[in-house]
Write a protein that binds this ligand. Structure first.
Ligand SMILES: *Cc1c(COP(=O)(O)O)cnc(C)c1O
Length: 465
């Protein structure tokens, strides 16, 4: 499989090069040249596969430059760290299916992609006898998942920027208590978008990028999207085992457009009609909901909510969808993204009909989030985290009789214990991986969100290559 840039100025490359490149050299995002289609019989034959075997079937169609046995080994190791035997279990409550994606080492769905990505990086660096400095921005969950994906790995350093005091205390500690020598946490005085903008700028500084061999773990990295496609397929297989021949809807709490974009790819891959509707759910940071409902993609200031991993106003994966929306026209994609960078908005109302065919969307208010957590607990004795609650609220709104609805449960409620406990009036059981975490020793650097300063910090820690 070859990978192309959404902005059309990067020569086609293979999967492993795409993983190492992260952001395309022309500033675009990498996409596979085609999306492989899965026939009905093939899809049905996957019903009984284990998670790693299913991951192999789905992902290997996009990867032809890692030998089969090595790829299988990477996948087996990546999912051996999960606490649930079937990796992404599905539970049923009322008329909803809840696809639990939070059984990895850091209790959020990001582990599913980042355990894999860490192992792929390690494999490629060993193969090429080289080293990598990973740099990424996090709104809370990516950071710890990425750190757990690469901690202690030779040949890799990781630098994670998080917005100072805007992640939950547990999220912060999950990152900063990892004291391995190759892990560097930077708290920036600013928002997640500030951190993400700096990371993008550093990647666009080609000289620095090449000198320090930078690698990306943000959802701009295609490997992450790809790994996330698998659990959509898994969700469909699970539902179709119970409810034959029916189309399936998914509700996805999203901020960076990453998770929902994986669903968009899954829908293109699977037999037509397998996935019907993708419901995009945002919190009060509603840029993506406005985009779908009005064609208005315009940045507002970031609001702080109880679902901090979605407090985002510039969705880094949006460009991938935009490219498809524009009929895979890289010049037009480049023009519009440059316009967005300059003005903070683009008007896509001309594409409204297509956008509405691709997604349904709603923004969920803070009041609705706590109401949903409380009501779901009362009715079903099941505790939602605030991100999952955003998706569940949206699912309730768009649920159609006779069409199964799968809600992606993106984090364990204990990661956001304060708000959840207050809402349900009961303290949560602490999962083993979080026991005592708030009192553990930690390490973190507080810095201004300035590209030059962050680059100097990286250079000082890495030394001159
Ligand atoms: C990152 C995250 C999201 C949003 O994921 P996107 O890739 O931005 O769609 C939702 N919930 C949780 C818990 C997260 O960590």
């Amino acid at each position: 499989m070859q990978y192309l840039s959404t902005r059309g100025k990067t020569p086609p490359i293979g999967f492993t090069q795409a993983v190492l490149m992260g952001l395309a050299e022309d500033g675009g995002l990498l996409l596979p040249r085609t999306i492989p289609r899965i026939g009905t019989d093939t899809f049905a034959s996957w019903q009984k596969l284990s998670y790693p075997d299913l991951a192999f079937e789905v992902m290997s169609r996009f990867v032809d430059d890692i030998p089969v046995s090595d790829f299988k080994d990477i996948l087996n190791r990546s999912y051996a760290t999960f606490a649930a035997p079937d990796i992404t279990p599905v539970v049923h409550h009322g008329d909803l299916h809840i696809l639990e994606l939070f059984h990895g080492p850091t209790l959020a769905f990001k582990d599913i992609a980042l355990q894999f990505l860490g192992n792929v990086f390690e494999y490629l660096l060993n193969r090429d006898n080289s080293a990598l400095n990973i740099i990424g921005a996090t709104s809370g969950d990516t950071g710890s998942a990425a750190i757990y994906g690469v901690r202690g790995k030779a040949r890799i350093n990781i630098f994670i920027l998080h917005p100072h005091q805007r992640v939950s205390p547990v999220q912060e500690k999950q990152m900063t208590t990892v004291l391995d020598d190759n892990v560097f946490n930077i708290a920036i005085r600013g928002s997640f978008d500030d951190g993400q903008a700096i990371v993008k700028k550093i990647f666009n500084d080609r000289e620095f990028k090449n000198k320090y061999r930078l690698g990306a773990i943000n959802s701009i990295n295609w490997a992450r999207v790809l790994a996330q496609v698998v659990y959509y397929v898994r969700g469909c297989l699970h539902v179709s085992a119970h409810e034959k021949d029916s189309s399936i809807d998914f509700a996805i709490p999203t901020g960076n457009f990453g998770d929902i974009f994986a669903g968009y790819i899954a829908r293109k891959m699977l037999p037509p009609g397998t996935i019907r509707q993708l419901v995009l759910a945002t919190n009060d940071n509603d840029i993506l909901a406005r985009f779908v409902t009005k064609g208005d993609y315009s940045q507002a200031t970031v609001k702080i909510t109880t679902s901090p991993s979605m407090d985002i106003q510039a969705a880094s994966n949006f460009e991938r969808y935009l490219y498809y929306l524009l009929d895979s026209d890289p010049s037009r994609t480049r023009e519009l993204m440059e316009e967005f960078t300059k003005n903070g908005k683009i008007n896509l109302s001309g594409y409204h009909d297509q956008i509405r065919r691709d997604f349904a969307a709603v923004a969920v208010s803070e009041g609705e989030v706590t109401e949903t957590i409380a009501a779901f607990y009362k009715e079903h004795d099941y505790i939602l985290d605030p991100h999952t609650a955003v998706g569940v609220k949206a699912a309730q709104k768009f649920k159609t009789v006779g069409v199964p609805m799968v809600c992606l449960a993106t984090a364990h409620p204990a990661k956001f214990a304060a708000v959840v406990e207050q809402t349900i009036g009961k303290s949560l059981d602490v999962p083993a991986s979080l026991a005592g975490i708030l009192d553990k020793p930690s390490r973190c650097e507080l810095m201004d969100p300035e590209k030059g300063k962050i680059q100097a910090f990286i250079a000082a820690k890495v030394g001159t290559p």
